[in-house]
Design a protein around this ligand. Sequence first.
Ligand code: SF4
Length: 497
Amino acid sequence: MASLQHCDLDNDWILIAEVRQEAIYVKHHQKKIAFLFSAMRHFAQELISQGHNLHYTHYDDQNNQGSLFGEVERLCKQKNINKIILTHPGEYRVLAEMQSWQDKLNIPVEICQDDRFLSSLDEFATWAEDRKQLRMEFFYREMRKKWHFLMDGDKPVGDKWNFDSSNRKALPKGMSPPLPTKFEPDAITQDVLQLVADNFSDHFGELGNFHFAVNREEALVVLDEFVAQRLIHFGDYQDAMVQGEPWMYHSHIGFYLNCGLLTPKEVIEKAENAYRNGDAPLNAVEGFIRQVLGWREYVRGLYWLKMPDYKTENFLEATRSLPKFFWDTNTKMNCLHQCIKETSENAYTHHIQRLMVLGNFALLAGLHPDEVNEWYLIVYADAYEWVEMPNVTGMILFADGGLLASKPYAASGSYINKMSNYCKSCHYKVKEKNGPQACPFNYLYWDFLDRNKEKLGNNPRLGMPYRTLNKMTDEKRQAIQRDGQIFFKALDKNEKV
Ligand code: SF4
């Protein structure tokens, strides 16, 4: 971590603090709090074994001030500190707070660039300058060239930058992904689990069956097992969803990359080596590297470039409150029920569940961006605002008007049916377009396009659906509107839909 790079073992103090303010400013998933507190305690052990002076504040320490500033101030007074060195945080709110400490404490505060990323914020800002649209694909190509990942000289390996068109297969019958890498909670994790049970039981999510890696050694095992067992099929089935299979062929390393147990460079190098050694195909390796080198770096650059205004974006003027079933899973729509259930159990779902089931519903139903952003930040153990907000505001809700995505990712039930087996055990019928038994995604999709015609009608990537909509008979359009109204009326009254 950047702030520790030039740490002087004799004279410097490292502060790590478990503070209530950060655990409850949104009510994070219980597993997320347990994961981060446990990783912090394991990291503390590592630092002590390296001979550092460490001041560790446990959540239930009597003198714990409950906030980052409170703990920094306490240590500064206690140890007569004359300079504070911090790593750039992952959230605008925290950065603004840290920037005020110098005046408040009358001590110089240095904020180091976060070295857990491969591009700096200045580099991204330079790339973004004078561009009307900030498309990830072009940023990603620059990053490939700069780092020379998956390159043959100055050309991309395989003569193509992107193999996404090969990555949209449903999982064939009879094929079952390997079990995820699991770790038994050690004594430190068990203490933390008890602490979370005692203090945060009113937060969303299940605490039981905790099996995350909590130190670097374990995180490396997760990475190695992914490369050895899952990467080979990651590309083909990265968009597939199967009931009862939350982990699929995904890597599950976002938790560890985002909290610093793994570095993006080592992750990319291991994936590229697998391709070069003939252990994984190019479509899988390129797709995976694009997530880490392209998407992850890009959303972080965009977040810091556009904050704080990005937080208030609401291009489609969405106003509906988040339905109760996002917390209690109580919906007849099986795809949503399954994805929210897995979110509650694992503090994890994969990107297509987040985008094309949960996010798709949030978009079609016109849920308010503030409430959707807060939900995603709460429920996923890999979520920090720098990554969560561009994904929700830009990708899921199109609330930035197309700065990040070239079109809204809206889809009817047939997409979910094609990529999953959820529809087979659903109360609704995916093939029915209208009426009480019809899959709500079917009429809500057209209702969404109709409702937002003024804002989206000229989007070149929506030309085909708008032409279809325009050709619909008045009768069909009225049926869509009527079904949408019935659905929303029930939803807003908190009835089970
Ligand atoms: Fe979801 Fe519709 Fe399929 Fe039900 S029928 S699982 S609501 S897509």
